[in-house]
Write a protein that binds this ligand. Structure first.
Ligand code: NOJ
Ligand code: CA
Length: 693
C-alpha cells in the first residue's frame, strides 16, 4: 500500500534519528533545485520500494509515488531495496540553440543519483538519477550489467505519478499509433480515454485502455500547473499514462510490440527521463527548457546547412480534393507546371521552400492496400514531373524544394531506400524532407510509438545527417527534446494539424484547439501545424468543413505555434492580393528570445518573440470561442527605442463562424512604455509586427 506524505516524512525523520544512533545506511534523501523552487523527497518505504514526493514552492504537488519493473522470465523489481550509495552533481551550463525559440539556454539543475540493490536474492542492482530544476523535476533508471544476463525484456514499467487532488487535466487518449486526437478538458476522475477508440478519422488506432498520451497537462485547485512527459526517448518504447482513479494518479504504460513485451535492451542501459514540468503561471510551462536540457549536446559538427524557413506546398489542394497525389484519374497535383506556379508565388512573397507531395510513383496503392509495402521508391518521379527542371527553376528564383517521403507506414522499405533517397536529395541540393507514416505499421503488431519504431525514426535522423538532410516528420514519434542532440530533427506533426480542417468528420478542429495545443503538445517541441489558410470557410471546396477561427487568429499562429519550418499552406490564388499576407511575408521563423506574455490553458495565449539576429519583434495572441479583451504590455521591448507596430486584428464584425475574414490593419508607434488592448471576437486573435524605427 502506498504511504501518504506524512508517513514518508515520518520515515525521513526516523531514519535521520537512526542515523544519529547507529551508523546505518540512510534511507531518506532530498534534493532541491538551484533556487529551491522544486524539491524531491525520497525515502525507502516499509516494503523496501523507493518513494518520491515532489514539492513546488513548499507545496506538495506529487504525493508519494513508487516504481517497479515487470520482466519476462525474471521477478518484478521495485521492492526490498536498499540504498548502497549516492552521488550528487551540479549542472550549470549555458548552451546555444542553432535555431530555436531562443538563442541561449540556461541549464541549471541539481542531481542526486541513488544506487539501489535488492536486499535478498537475486540482489539485482539499479540506479535512479533525480534532477531538480527550477521549472520541474525529472528522473531516469539505469540498469547495470548483471551476471549471467546480457539482455532485459521489460514487460512493463510501472512508474507512478500520484496526484494531490482531483485536478483539471488536458488530455488525449494513450493511442499507440497516432497523436491526432482532440484534446479533452476534464477533471482527473472523469478521464475516459477508452471511449475515444472510435475516431472516424483515424483508421484502426490502438488505444488499449484508459490511458493518456504525454505531454499531459494539469492544473491544481491552487493554480499550480503540472505537465508529465519524457525526455530523450532512445531505444525504448513511448510512455503512455494509465489512469488509476482509485489511487488518484497516473502509472506508466509502455507501448507494446508483436509479442506483448515492451522493451528489449542489452545491458547496461538507461531509460528515457520521466519529466514533470511545474509552474504557477501557465506561460512558464511554454518557456520551460526542461525537455531539451535533459538531452545530450549537439552531435552535428556543421549546422550551417540547417535553414529555418517558410515553405509552401502542392499539398492543400490534395486535401481539398481539387487535385490528387496519384497520377491516375487526370487530376495530378505534382506537375512541373504547377510546381513552377507555386515557385513563382513563393519567390514573390519571400517564401524559401516548396513541398511537392505526390511527385513519386506509388500513390495509386499507398493507402488501404494490405500489400502496399514497397510501393514507394522515393527516387522515381511521375512522368509529368521533371524534378531536375523544378529544382533548376526553383534555384533561379531562390526557392528550394522540401522533399516528400510518404512511407505508407512501411518502414522496412524506407530503411532499404534511405541511402538512395537521400543521395538523390544531396545531388539535387535539397536539405529537408517531410516524412509520413499513414496507416497501420507493417509488419502487423508493431506500433508507431513502440521501441521498434522509435529506433526506426532515429535511424532516419542519423542517416539524414550524413546527407545534410533535415526532418519534418508526420505521424511521428513524440518530440522528447532530441533536437538538441540532432538539430536536423527540425519539426514534426504529432497532433491534429490543419489538414483536419479540410476533411475531419466533425467539420474541423475545435475553436479553442490551439489554445490547448500551446500548453500541451507544444511543450514537447516544434509543431508543423501548417498555418496559412486564408480561405477559412474552405468554400466552395468543402461545404461541411472549415477553419474554426478568424484570419487574425490564423496569422497569430506564426508566432504562437513554434516551428523552424513554417508552412504557408493555402493555394496561391487564395493568398494573392490579401492584405494579411504582409504579416506572413514579414514574420520571422527563428528567434533570439521568446516570452509568453499571458495565457490560460484552453482560453487564450499571447507570445512575443524577437527575430534571431535582428531587432524586430513579433507578437501573436489567440483566443477561444469567448470574446475577450487582451492587453499587451510592451515592456519586453528595449527602453528608449520606438517601433512601428503593424497590427492585424479582428474587424469589429468578425466572428469565426459568420465572418472569419474581417481583418483590421493599423499602424502606430510603440515603445517599452506602451500598453495596448485588443478586443478578440469569438475564435479571434491578433498579430503584431514591430519594426524598429
Ligand atoms: C499525412 C500528413 O499529415 C499530410 O500532411 C500528408 O499530406 C499526407 N499524410 C500524405 O503524405
Ligand atoms: Ca497526419
Amino acid at each position: 500500500m502506498k504511504l501518504n506524505h506524512l508517513a514518508l516524512l515520518l520515515l525521513v525523520s526516523l531514519s535521520l534519528l537512526a542515523c544519529q544512533e547507529a551508523p546505518e545506511a540512510p534511507t531518506a534523501f532530498s534534493i532541491s533545485s538551484p533556487s529551491a523552487t522544486t524539491k524531491i523527497d525520497l525515502a525507502l518505504q516499509e516494503d523496501g520500494s523507493l518513494g518520491y514526493a515532489v514539492f513546488f514552492k513548499d507545496q506538495l504537488v506529487i504525493d508519494t509515488s513508487t516504481f517497479s519493473f515487470d520482466f519476462k522470465s525474471a521477478p518484478n523489481l521495485g521492492k526490498g531495496l536498499e540504498v548502497l550509495s549516492t552521488e550528487t552533481k551540479e549542472i550549470r551550463e549555458n548552451w546555444e540553440m542553432p535555431w530555436g525559440e531562443q538563442r541561449e539556454v540556461v541549464n541549471n539543475g541539481n542531481e542526486l543519483q541513488l544506487n539501489l540493490r535488492e536486499v535478498v536474492a537475486p540482489n539485482r542492482s539499479l540506479s535512479i538519477t533525480f534532477r531538480a530544476y527550477d521549472d520541474g523535476v525529472a528522473y531516469r533508471y539505469h540498469f547495470p550489467e548483471q551476471e549471467g544476463k546480457s539482455e532485459l525484456v521489460i514487460m512493463d514499467e510501472n512508474t507512478e505519478f500520484m496526484l494531490t487532488g482531483d485536478h483539471k487535466v488536458w488530455w488525449i487518449p494513450g493511442d499507440w499509433d497516432i497523436y491526432e486526437h482532440v484534446y479533452n478538458e476534464t477533471q482527473f476522475s472523469a478521464i475516459d480515454a477508452t471511449s475515444k477508440r472510435d475516431n472516424p478519422n483515424l483508421a484502426q488506432t490502438t488505444i488499449p485502455e484508459n490511458a493518456v498520451n504525454t505531454p499531459v497537462t494539469l492544473k491544481t485547485a491552487d493554480g499550480i500547473y503540472l505537465s508529465f512527459h519524457e525526455a530523450n526517448l532512445t531505444d525504448y518504447s513511448g510512455m503512455t499514462l494509465k489512469v488509476d482513479k482509485d489511487r488518484m494518479g497516473f502509472v506508466s504504460e509502455l507501448v507494446g510490440s508483436p509479442d506483448d513485451s515492451k522493451v528489449t535492451r542489452s545491458l547496461p542501459f538507461s531509460t528515457p527521463w520521466r519529466t514533470i514540468q511545474i509552474a504557477d503561471r501557465a506561460g512558464d510551462l511554454i518557456e520551460s527548457n526542461l525537455i531539451v536540457n535533459l538531452n545530450e549536446p549537439n552531435k552535428l559538427e556543421d549546422v550551417s546547412w540547417l535553414k529555418p524557413m517558410k515553405y509552401m506546398g502542392i499539398w492543400w489542394e490534395m486535401h481539398l480534393g481539387t487535385s490528387t497525389w496519384k497520377l491516375e484519374g487526370g487530376k495530378h497535383g505534382a506537375t512541373t507546371e504547377n510546381a513552377k506556379r507555386y515557385i513563382d508565388f513563393a519567390a514573390a512573397n519571400g517564401i524559401e521552400g516548396l513541398l511537392v507531395e505526390g511527385w513519386n510513383t506509388g500513390w495509386e496503392r499507398w493507402i488501404g492496400f494490405e500489400d502496399r509495402e514497397g510501393v514507394f521508391d522515393f527516387v522515381t518521379p511521375y512522368e509529368d514531373y521533371d524534378i531536375e527542371e523544378v529544382v533548376r527553376y526553383g534555384r533561379e528564383k531562390g526557392v528550394e524544394l522540401v522533399m516528400h517521403h510518404e512511407t505508407s507506414a512501411a518502414p522496412r522499405t524506407y530503411e532499404q531506400q534511405l541511402d538512395t533517397a537521400y543521395a538523390l536529395m544531396k545531388k539535387l541540393g535539397i536539405h529537408s524532407v517531410k516524412t509520413g507514416y499513414v496507416g497501420k505499421i507493417i509488419p502487423a503488431g508493431q506500433y508507431h510509438h513502440g521501441q521498434w519504431m522509435v529506433n526506426h525514426y532515429r535511424k532516419v535522423l542519423e542517416q539524414a545527417v550524413k546527407y545534410e538532410v533535415a526532418i519534418d516528420a508526420h505521424e511521428p514519434i513524440k518530440a522528447t527534446g532530441l533536437r538538441r542532440t540532432y538539430p536536423n530533427m527540425m519539426t514534426r506533426e504529432g497532433l491534429r494539424g490543419q489538414e483536419f480542417n479540410a476533411w475531419s468528420a466533425e467539420g474541423g478542429n475545435p475553436v479553442d484547439h490551439l489554445t490547448v495545443v500551446a500548453f500541451t503538445r507544444m511543450l514537447a517541441g516544434p509543431i508543423d501545424y501548417t498555418p496559412g489558410v486564408f480561405n477559412l470557410k474552405i468554400d466552395p471546396f468543402k461545404p461541411d468543413n472549415r477553419v474554426r477561427h478568424t484570419l487574425a487568429h490564423e496569422l497569430a499562429l506564426y508566432v504562437v505555434i513554434y516551428s523552424p519550418l513554417q508552412m504557408v499552406s493555402d493555394l496561391p490564388e487564395h493568398l494573392e492580393g490579401q492584405p494579411g499576407m504582409q504579416f506572413v511575408r514579414d514574420v520571422a521563423v527563428d528567434w533570439e528570445q521568446s516570452k509568453v506574455l499571458d495565457g490560460e490553458i484552453g482560453d487564450f495565449v499571447v507570445i512575443a518573440r524577437q527575430e534571431r539576429g535582428g531587432e524586430n519583434w513579433f507578437v501573436g495572441g489567440i483566443g477561444d470561442e469567448n470574446p475577450r479583451t487582451l492587453s499587451v504590455n510592451f515592456d519586453f521591448l528595449p527602453k528608449g527605442k520606438t517601433y512601428t507596430a503593424t497590427i492585424y486584428k479582428d474587424g469589429p464584425n468578425a466572428h469565426w463562424e459568420s465572418n472569419p475574414n474581417e481583418l483590421t490593419i493599423a499602424q502606430e508607434n510603440v515603445t517599452a512604455d506602451s500598453k495596448l488592448a485588443f478586443d478578440l471576437v469569438s475564435g479571434g486573435g491578433f498579430a503584431i509586427s514591430l519594426k524598429v524605427k
